[in-house]
Design a protein around this ligand. Sequence first.
Ligand code: PDD
Length: 283
Amino acid sequence: MSRIVYVNGDYVPEEDAKISVFDRGFLFADAVYEVTSVLDGKLVDFPGHAKRLWRSLSELEMASPVDEDTLLAIHRELVARNDLTEGLVYLQVSRGAADRDFAYPKEAKPSLVLFTQAKSVVDNPAAKTGIKVISIEDQRWGRRDIKTVQLLYPSMGKMMAKAAGADDAWMVEDGAVTEGTSNNAYIVKGNKIITRQLGTEILAGITRAAVLRIAAEAQMQVEERAFTIEEAQGADEAFVTSATTFVQPVVEIDGAAVGGGAPGPIAVRLREIYLEEGRKAAL
Ligand code: PDD
């Protein structure tokens, strides 16, 4: 059975879900996106994703095709029509179709596409074993705070990791870790969680915000600052967060075992609390 996909107001079978070849998302990567996880058929942290979407759109002077209530209704309708209990909803807004021109076209109407992907996100084996990462130079553009679909370098990074026998890559700029290819990066030293401060260099993860709040509530110390690969290799624990991985332990960095090569207690605990609270607050 094919999925039902949302395209500009219509719910259609995926074979019929089509966007113009003149769409600026296709021609210029002139599009932004969000990925929201689904647990028990409900959306985890939808308001956070919606808020970041409005910000991405406004940074690019792109009009929003729908308001927040409508967006939530579309997400829910798509989850229901696809009978999705666990996985994710992918959403993309592009500036729309227009003759190819670098300047933003005035007449283009933004296009909105959403689809679901069923995925076993909770019982993910990597959450139990932890993942191996390599470090690569961060060669992305300078506005990583905007969640655009320019994902070729992160794709290349995942391929570099694969070729090196690892699972993912942490990107490094001016000697400091920025983030993972599709997640935020953390280290733990004693009772302290260290993660890079927000700025244009990284994406403000919605999971990051929740995890830092949970950590503070659990009396853990949080330090938002840059760290190096060497510091991470010598840390007690390391982990990453994202909407699809939640909290995922990192057990090896550039071949060096972190925390004895097994998931650490803080990452495991944060994952448990995040899942519990995420489920409770899901819409
Ligand atoms: N990626 N940093 C980058 C570069 C990301 O692509 C993502 C998410 C994150 C974590 O953000 P959040 O916690 O809001 O998911 C950080 C999504 C999941 C993706 O591209 O599939």
